[in-house]
Write a protein that binds this ligand. Structure first.
Ligand code: PLP
Length: 350
């Protein structure tokens, strides 16, 4: 092996859900929103001054963070924006997880966490979810270099109340605790209500799911000012201009039009509840969902078989070839019409 080859930073990469170029498929595999962005976003896009593309964007994305601060009732200095929450989470791992003690996150959770830990050479441990796929708070009482909890968890879809997060925070006064709330708008109360009590809490949000903007790549962290400053110091040492001008402008329009997003979120929740009922009639068991997807297992058919047959029929869902969950399908909640097509197909297994 040559010297440069020995020096490669090797890592087993994260595998994103498929983005088929064929637009005929029913795409229920990456938890995107089936509804369009708010009319104000569409208008801002049509009226965008493209001459400004010559210029670098505002490195601080000030208009966006001001709109987000107003939306969440926090100060602008408490928001750190990034290129999707993946970018924000990656920056959090790089900035805060520099301890010799392992960071902790569940064995079944967003599979990017272990990839960032690997690429940044962060030691980690993954306490097992219990038999009902619930996080056991006591597993997070021990010494650690940081804690990461997705709430609702992915791909299980299970949501826990802020009291559960508070319990973990009370036992981790000395660690950064990250709560990844990618799906919180489909669930209930946010850990944001704990921010004033814990200066070591970071809440991470995304516009990819409940805001119909996966294509623009907008995510952000909300935390105390010291945490946000530390994140900015690292960000400005890697890449100052993270969000591009269209993302800043359209993201701002989205943040200012919350009512529209509340309405489509309610529609998705109603479709999710119908989906759980229909799937149970069709021989599936679903975990209780607080997300815009359901995690479902057929009582007699292997998950991988159904996954492949659905794909051949042009219906894309997600299947994870991992221990304990390989009989489950993660099915994004689409429009009612899309879900009806799915149910029609699944009738042959009922
Ligand atoms: C989708 C998702 C993300 C990433 O979202 P982006 O903002 O699109 O990068 C992060 N965490 C969880 C748990 C997710 O499901």
């Amino acid at each position: 092996m040559r010297k440069w080859e020995k020096n490669i930073r090797t890592v087993e990469p994260y595998v994103p859900g498929e983005q088929p170029q064929n637009t005929d498929v029913i795409k229920l595999n990456t938890n995107e929103n089936p509804y369009p962005p708010a009319p104000e976003v569409v208008r801002a896009s049509a009226e965008m001054n493209t001459d400004r593309l010559r210029l670098y964007p505002d490195p601080a994305a000030s208009v966006l963070i001001d709109a987000l601060a107003a939306l969440h009732g926090v100060k602008s200095t408490q928001i750190f924006p990034g290129v999707g929450s993946d970018d924000v989470l990656s920056m959090i791992f790089l900035t805060f997880f520099n301890s010799d003690s392992p960071i902790l996150f569940p064995d079944i959770t967003y599979s990017f966490y272990s990839v960032w830990a690997d690429v940044y050479r962060i030691p980690y441990e993954t306490p097992a979810l219990d038999g009902n796929f619930m996080i056991n708070a006591e597993d997070y009482y021990k010494d650690n270099g940081g804690v990461v909890i997705a709430n609702p968890n992915a791909p299980t879809s299970i949501y826990r109340e802020p009291e559960f997060i508070r319990d973990i925070l009370d036992h981790n006064r000395e660690s950064i605790v990250v709560v990844d709330e990618a799906y919180i708008d489909f669930a209930g109360r946010s850990a944001l209500e704990l921010l004033d009590d814990y200066d070591n809490l970071i809440v991470v949000r995304t516009f990819s799911k409940s805001r119909s903007m996966a294509g623009l790549r907008i995510g952000y962290a909300i935390a105390g000012e010291r945490i946000i400053k530390a994140l900015n110091d690292v960000k400005y040492s890697v890449n100052s201009y993270t969000l591009n001008m269209p993302s800043i402008e359209l993201g701002t329009a989205a943040a200012k039009n919350n009512d529209y997003y509340s309405r489509i979120t309610q529609k998705i929740i109603a479709t999710r509840e119908r989906t759980v009922k229909e799937l149970s009639k069709l021989g599936f068991e679903c975990l209780p969902s607080g997300a815009n997807f359901v995690f479902a297992k057929h009582t007699s058919m292997a998950g991988e078989v159904i996954f492949k047959e659905l794909k051949e029929a042009g219906i894309f869902v997600r299947h994870f070839n991992a221990p304990r969950i390989n009989d489950y399908l993660r099915i994004s909640v689409g429009t009612d019409e899309q879900m009806d097509r799915l149910f029609d197909f699944l009738r042959k297994y009922a």
